[in-house]
Design a protein around this ligand. Structure first.
Ligand SMILES: Cc1cc2nc3c(=O)[nH]c(=O)nc-3n(C[C@H](O)[C@H](O)[C@H](O)COP(=O)(O)OP(=O)(O)OC[C@H]3O[C@@H](n4cnc5c(N)ncnc54)[C@H](O)[C@@H]3O)c2cc1C
Length: 385
């Protein structure tokens, strides 16, 4: 016999109990509206699909003071390596970047949202939009607004073009140094992206890789073989989105936020801050709309996010196009042209969240190197606009 579905009501239902969805829930409930967050996994924050790198300024803007359990440690250096093995190191102390535990961070935001009155249900998945709201695997829920915060799984259904596969292993290895992130470029091994090491502590951290059309687990195993001894604690495989924001964040009564709206950085796929801010801005706009019933208030969300990140994301998309086009020889040449002054300038002035200014300096666009200019000519102007 078919089970009869019961019907309930919330002002807003949010599918996806991760950073964007939970921040959105926190904002809406702070204005007294009822919110249900449904999360298909069995635990908030798990499985963790993240390196956990975020700026302190970003966390502050998201309204999060990390708990002791969340805060892992400060990143002081970033070592960038070219295909031929030459490297330079940026001192990132001034950029105030930390490595945090996403498991704990997401739980901390869940707690903030719950304290404001949000109801959170795990092992509950969004199935479809109905006339009066949505349907989960358990019941029909009526709501005024549905928020899609399902991350990249939502984008995969719409557009596979900007998606790369990634693998990230949590490992113990004595060659992992506390406070030092590593980024390794090699267009033959990791086309269009890079490999990374993010320490969690001395001898412990995450190593990952992404790239176009590669077998990420085989590639990562090869990197590990070359690095030395290690023990694997956890493996994750997850898609990343590198094409920037989708066109419309609001479609009828559906509001799309976070990675589902393409709000992760096109250069690094980092989205704690930018996708999180999508959740914050959307939450504020939805609360206003629920008070006024004026759609202009709802659309304010896209305007606010675009005013804050639109220009930087456009530049990052161009920087990504450049990376997709150049070969190892060109990257090696670019590395050769990087002077101690450029490194000092980046270390002292640049911003982790708005980092195209660093890319411009590294590419030597302001004068010194001709190779990159000759290869990528027209695109460069767009990066500088
Ligand atoms: C390997 C890797 C490393 C990364 N490292 C960093 C980093 O160091 N720094 C950084 O800033 N960013 C990093 N990111 C990106 C960052 O993790 C994301 O940008 C961020 O988590 C996006 O948050 P979100 O809330 O939009 O979506 P997600 O975190 O993807 O959450 C979506 C949620 O929706 C749930 N869901 C999906 N379908 C349904 C459904 N039908 N019903 C109910 N729930 C559903 C999922 O279970 C999930 O919990 C990394 C990503 C990857 C893959």
């Amino acid at each position: 016999m078919k089970k009869k579905l019961k019907s309930v009501y919330f002002d807003v239902v949010i599918a996806g109990g991760s950073i964007a969805g939970l921040l959105c829930a926190r904002e809406i409930t702070s204005e007294g509206f009822s919110v249900l967050v449904i999360e298909e996994d069995h635990e908030i924050g798990t499985p963790e699909h993240c390196g956990g790198l975020v700026s302190i300024a970003g966390l502050e803007e998201l309204g999060i003071i990390p708990f002791k359990k969340t805060y892992e440690h400060m990143i002081e250096f970033a070592k960038i390596t070219s295909p031929n093995g030459s490297s330079f190191t940026i001192n990132s102390k001034k950029q105030k970047v930390v490595e945090i535990s996403r498991r704990e961070l997401d739980k901390q935001i869940a707690f903030q949202a719950q304290k404001n009155g949000a109801v959170i249900k795990v092992r509950t998945s969004f199935q479809e939009i109905t006339d009066r709201g949505i349907r989960t695997n358990e019941e029909k829920i009526d709501c005024k607004i549905f928020v899609d915060a399902r991350g990249i799984s939502s984008l995969i259904q719409k557009d596979r073009n900007g998606i790369l596969s990634s693998a990230q292993y949590e490992i113990y290895a004595d060659w992992i140094k506390k406070g030092k992130v590593e980024v390794i470029f090699d267009q033959e091994k990791y086309p269009g992206f890079f490999a990374w090491v993010i320490p969690s502590n001395e001898g412990k951290g995450k190593i990952g890789v992404a790239g176009k059309g590669i077998n990420v687990s085989e590639t990562l195993e090869k990197i590990l073989e070359q690095k030395g001894n290690y023990s694997t604690i956890r493996k994750i495989f997850a898609p990343i989105w590198v094409n920037g924001p989708i066109e419309d964040f609001v479609e009828g009564k559906t509001v799309i936020i976070g990675d589902a709206a393409g709000q992760a950085k096109p250069t690094t796929a980092g989205g704690i801050f930018t996708s999180g801010m999508g959740g914050v801005y959307a939450g504020q706009a939805i609360s206003k709309f629920l008070k006024t019933n004026n759609r202009t208030d709802l659309n304010e969300y896209q305007k606010k996010w675009t005013d804050r990140f639109g220009n930087e994301f456009e530049k990052q998309v161009f920087a990504r196009k450049i990376l997709e086009r150049i070969d190892n020889k060109t990257i090696n040449k670019i590395f050769e042209s990087i002077t101690p002054e450029i490194i000092k300038d980046i270390s002292e002035k640049d911003d982790f969240d708005f980092h195209t200014s660093s890319i411009i300096k590294l590419l030597g666009i302001k004068g010194s190197i001709k190779t990159a200019q000759a290869l990528i000519g027209g695109e460069l102007k767009k990066l500088l606009d």
